[in-house]
Write a protein that binds this ligand. Sequence first.
Ligand code: A3P
Length: 288
Amino acid sequence: MDRMSVTEEFAGIQLPGHLHTPESLRYAQDFQFKEGDVVIVTYPKSGTTWMQEILTLIYSQGDPEIATTVPNWERTPWLEHIYFKDLLKEGEGPRIITTHLPSEVLAPALQDTKAKVIYIARNPKDVAVSYYYFHKMAKFLPEVGSFPEFLQLFLEGKVHYGSWFDHVKGWHRQKKNLDFFYITYEDLQKDLRRSIKKVCGFLGCPMYTEEVDKVEQHCRFSVMSQNAMVNYTLIPREILNHDQSKFMRKGIVGDWKEHMNHEQSEAFDEIFREKMSDCDLKFVWSLD
Ligand code: A3P
């Protein structure tokens, strides 16, 4: 498998060389967005796949045909990945593009266009847990030690894709400069139907009640975790080892409580308060 242990350095962050090259990253930075493009932006493990599925189903008016026959990386490709050029299709609907890149790299190009940006954030304690398990299964990410060791690296921003804090704050700062819609993983969890309707409103895609019913039905965790087009079971185990962890792992809010003790959680809160002191975003840590 290609470049499994290669790390690319770009814009001050590290990225897996299996998916990124200097050329693919330059291509992403110079990409010409256009009116009608819809760009899903996330820090890893924040609900990217969920939003890819929601958008696919909104644009198919709830018809699951595409969602159940075309892998998500083909219908909503990653801008910075090696395969992007080959996968991006000029079809009838909008181009749905996914990215984990930081705002410093993409916001300048996006500001000049009328592309729509959907940013999904997730509370960082759950991101850290989900990311830890993803490291266990993804052979293109560095080997991780224990969860406390990983947590330390995560809080210091020394993991692939960089600091969660910088990513969220950087993109949120761009909200006035872009056609920007911000939503959280926890919003999707609390009220999926309402969230779908809000996304429809942002996209200017009115839907009939029965269509919203279908989108909601197909975007449930229980359905998506069985859909091979989104649960990553199509990827060979040399790249993603599903014996280590599932991609659709738990899909809940507050799993961090099973992984962090009181001291770790307090230390996390302290760093969160300090790093987010210049940002008014609020996060939901549990749905209890
Ligand atoms: P967990 O590891 O906590 O289960 P991303 O797509 O950004 O990589 O995020 C993956 C996370 O989103 C995983 O979290 C996955 O289970 C969760 N997820 C994906 N689809 C979901 C859905 N329909 N409902 C709830 N969680 C979902």
